[in-house]
Ligand binder design. Structure first.
Ligand code: GCV
Length: 719
């Protein structure tokens, strides 16, 4: 019997891998292959004998499907759906109102306080039989519970004494797609947009469902389909029908659809003479337009708006402010329960002030002036998704207004989908920064989960890294950034280590050696990128336009789009003086943080050149001069990439050859590019420092002109 069992199992494993076209990455972390550890598999098979998932909503049906599919894949046999608990080992999922069995378990106490999306997973007894219960107040909670239960199995966790009670800490958890209607993706490096507007609404690609499954599995419950550099056409009838078709797919996974609103839409598609937000015709136009949208999509989430930023139209053109603009839209969506996410990413070339200060200057005076259904969307740092930035000073500075962070999952400034950079440490660094807004412990996470100021409107956005390439994200490891974002959106207090551990187990293997090796590479990768690109607080010194390689020499055109504006290297030293003797951006932080940054001795060295102009011979904590430290850091960055290559090589026999080879070849490019960053930057800064490269360091292969003229020909999305 045992023998027969293992023959069937081997057959299933082989069948499964043929069926799924080797490891092309399409299945993301929802792979559901038979658990290879026979002990673990046997124990699960003993504990899971049947299923009861009651309820008849689309969400429950989708969740039930997922559970059946997941269990069949992982356990290597289909688990029978049952109508009553006739034996031990039944997994029961549902809500007290939708499921008789769950209803009879009297779980009210355990479920109270879990809201519409929280859930419990517990081992208990039903009519004296051991069962596993996944219960929630609402269907969405049941679905999240089911995904977590599958994650427990995928990561080989014990399931004999479960007592899980989980609830999302942020209510609205969004992906922002910078996708255009011609299917190009701004800062997208993984092919075309997932939304095939030409074939919608008639054709529904299976990818839409798989996209929704992936998002739901990590708790993402909203998607903004269109670019913040918005096209008003998305608000016209033909496109709304297409949007409605997508919303129909996503709804079954608890995901709402949102759009970007072009502020000048009343003029562009409404044929009005003005888009002045206080003009009665404009107010009426938005109201009618919104009513129309809700007639297509009754659960439409609302709008994201980029206004008066980088050439986008906005209320300031009519001498109105951001609150006037946001409130007109907010009033239009309010009767339907919609929200407005108004972006604080604003800066103006004509304002002769430090760009890092402008959002704060424009928005803090408006605190308390927004409608209740407006939330201000703030990038993690004050410039623009750089490899390292201090947290944005707006966090904590607008106590009367809900704020949501915007994180960038797509790697605009971190090597696109060519470099292996695990972003959870970057996200975590921002979320765990202490603003001191209400004394110690006022973390950014507490500002945005509403707990610091008691806000109930809470949200978070991540700029998506997905596209229509087979593996969704281009670089196989970039999938982890989508996963990590979702997990942190659900719980911003999670650690990068825990998230990496889960993702690796689900995506590659539960073998401890494999997990450790991949985790080691991932966890050091962000710091490596910072070191070979912009360490010690350097920022915005990238190649103009595509932002991929180095460009510290960029000096033409709009000042605040150049590099020289930011590094301010001269013969004396390097760095942007943002202290009280400079732009005084430090004054936008609460006193404890302000004092920390103001003083160059206390300023963390990894942000030193963000806040200070430092002499080349300044003694760093290492004992080296600033110049030597800068050179050593660049070299360490490259060295880490080389170590990543060796570590990856040691995985050759531990993981599938498809993903092994793909990452290996990308690491070769990453090493090449890290050297271009290192040598280009060192040679350029040397023209100011006039100091030699420390003797022990390898000399650049080429002269500065070579790096200045280097053209990339093999970077996704870059021509
Ligand atoms: C969508 C940066 C990017 C732009 C992006 C902008 C924004 O400037 O380079 O591509 O535009 O941020 O976030 O609005």
């Amino acid at each position: 019997m045992k023998y027969l069992y293992s023959i069937i199992l081997t057959g299933l494993i082989i069948f499964n891998s043929f069926e799924t076209r080797a490891e092309d990455g399409y299945r993301l972390w929802l792979r559901y292959d038979v658990i290879p550890d026979s002990k673990v598999l046997k124990s699960y098979n003993k504990q899971i004998k049947g299923l009861i998932v009651e309820g008849d909503s689309p969400v429950i049906r989708a969740a039930k499907n997922e559970l059946e599919k997941g269990l069949e894949g992982l356990l290597g046999r289909s688990i029978p759906a049952m109508s009553s608990v006739s034996k031990k080992g039944v997994v029961i999922a549902g809500t007290p109102s939708g499921s008789q069995v769950i209803g009879s378990l009297k779980l009210q106490d355990k479920l109270s306080g879990l809201g519409p999306e929280g859930y419990i997973i517990v081992n208990t007894r039903y009519r004296n039989k051991k069962v596993i219960v996944i219960a929630a107040n609402n269907d969405a909670g049941v679905m999240y519970g089911i995904f977590n239960f599958l994650r427990l199995l995928q990561t080989n966790q014990p399931i004999g004494s479960l007592s899980i009670s989980d609830v999302p800490k942020i209510n609205i958890r969004l992906l922002n797609h910078w996708d255009n209607l011609d299917r190009s993706v701004e800062r997208g490096y993984a092919g075309l947009s997932l939304w095939d507007w030409q074939s919608l609404p008639g054709q529904i690609d299976e990818r839409y469902t798989d996209y929704a499954r992936a998002n739901a599995s990590v708790g993402i419950n909203g998607t903004v389909l269109t670019n913040v550099n918005a096209n008003a056409l998305i608000l016209t009838k033909d496109y709304l029908e297409k949007v409605a078709a997508l919303a129909g797919v996503f709804r079954s996974y608890g995901i709402k659809v949102y759009l970007t609103a072009r502020f000048s839409a009343p003029v562009e598609i409404g044929k009005l003479k003005t888009a002045d937000p206080l003009d009665p015709d404009v107010i009426k136009w938005w109201k009618n337009k919104v009513d129309e949208i809700y007639s297509y999509i009754p659960d439409f989430g609302g709008f994201v708006v980029k206004a008066n930023s980088e050439g986008q139209p906005g209320p300031q053109e009519y001498k109105r402010n951001h609150a006037d603009g946001a409130n007109t839209l907010a009033d239009a969506v309010a009767p339907h329960g919609g929200i407005i996410m108004w972006r604080a990413f604003v800066y103006d070339n004509n304002v002769p002030d430090d760009r890092a200060k402008q959002a704060y200057n424009e928005f803090v005076p408006l605190d308390g002036k927004f409608r209740k259904n407006v939330i201000i969307q703030v990038k993690n740092g004050p410039i623009d998704f750089q490899p390292r930035e201090p947290f944005h000073p707006l966090f904590g500075a607008m106590p009367a207004t809900p704020l949501m962070p915007e994180l960038q999952i797509t790697q605009e400034y971190l090597g696109s989908s060519t470099h292996l950079v695990y972003l959870a440490p970057l996200f975590e660094e921002c979320l765990k920064s202490d603003t001191y807004a209400k004394g110690k412990g006022s973390l950014v996470a507490r500002v945005i989960d509403g707990s610091l100021e008691n806000h109930s409107l809470t949200a978070i956005a991540g700029v998506a890294n997905t596209g229509d390439v087979r593996n969704w994200t281009g670089h196989p490891i970039a999938q982890s950034n989508w996963y990590a974002y979702g997990r942190l959106a659900w719980d911003p207090y999670l650690s990068s280590e825990k998230i990496a551990d889960e993702w690796i187990r689900m995506t590659f293997s539960n073998d401890p050696a494999t997990v450790n090796k991949i985790a080691g590479i991932m966890l050091g990768s962000r710091e490596a990128a910072v070191k070979y690109m912009t360490h010690l607080g350097l920022h915005h010194i990238m190649y103009e336009g595509h932002h991929y390689g180095p460009g510290p020499w960029v000096s033409r055109g709009r000042q605040d789009w150049t590099s020289v504006y930011y590094h301010k290297a001269d013969e004396k030293g390097i760095g942007f003086n943002r202290t009280s003797s400079g732009s005084n951006a430090v004054s936008q932080y609460f006193p404890t943080v302000r004092d920390l940054y103001e003083n160059r001795e206390s300023c963390p060295e990894n942000l030193l050149l963000w806040f200070h102009h430092i002499p080349w011979d300044y003694r760093m904590k290492s004992g080296k001069s600033l110049w030597d430290e800068l050179c050593f850091m660049y070299h360490e960055g490259v060295k880490t990439v080389q170590q990543m290559q060796d570590q990856w090589e040691s995985l050759r026999d531990l993981i599938d050859s498809d993903r092994f080879e793909s990452v290996k070849s990308l690491l070769v490019k990453q090493e090449r590019d890290s050297k271009i960053w290192r040598d280009g930057c060192i040679l350029y800064f040397q023209t100011f420092s006039k100091r030699p490269l420390p003797r022990e360091l390898e000399k650049p292969e080429h002269d500065l002109n070579y790096y200045k003229n280097h053209k990339y020909t093999d970077i996704p999305g870059i021509r």
